[in-house]
Write a protein that binds this ligand. Sequence first.
Ligand SMILES: C[S@@+](CC[C@H](N)C(=O)[O-])C[C@H]1O[C@@H](n2cnc3c(N)ncnc32)[C@H](O)[C@@H]1O
Length: 192
Amino acid sequence: MVIPSILEQAHALAGRAVGEGGIAVDATVGNGHDTAFLAQAVGAGGAVVGFDVQEEALVETRHRLEREALSAPVRLVHAGHQTLARHLEEAERGRVGAIMFNLGYLPGGDHSVVTRPETTRQALDAGTEALRPGGVITVVAYTGHEGGDEEADAVEAWASALPQAQFRALSYRFPNWSNDPPRLFAVEKRDA
Ligand SMILES: C[S@@+](CC[C@H](N)C(=O)[O-])C[C@H]1O[C@@H](n2cnc3c(N)ncnc32)[C@H](O)[C@@H]1O
């Protein structure tokens, strides 16, 4: 297929924003697919910081990174992404190239543990501070679970309100997808 899927597009944008030696954040580690993608992108000279509120997600992701023999230093933080600013090292603040959010619940896990609009928004605000100029935040929002639509709308409202002089915001969606289409948002911090 020619048109990239939501996840392919998120990876393409994040991968373009963070290269070898860069700093990346996975705001919702889950089963670690995005963490592994980011670790591959930054390589041994870069760094990845990952957040999840569920320990099982972090354990599974550590196993994935070991299985895939990825050499990038990855710090997995057992805390909500709304604490992002607190968990970045001084040298990482304002230097993050890509931050990926994949909202909703852990596939195969406890469906009652979901991301929530208020904390997602706090994390997005912290994320814009953490980005370097040219850095990107990607947000994949699912709409099939309770609260998913509202959360996608909250992310869209957040992105729409960002000042155009400082950020470029993108919304990517499939208008003829009949059942609960996922949505992608991306925000790029402009050069100062
Ligand atoms: C859709 S899954 C992420 C999938 C993941 N990107 C992957 O590649 O497998 C969403 C994850 O967000 C986590 N989560 C829920 N609330 C969170 C919060 N406040 N901060 C960080 N992670 C959170 C859930 O525990 C779940 O693992």
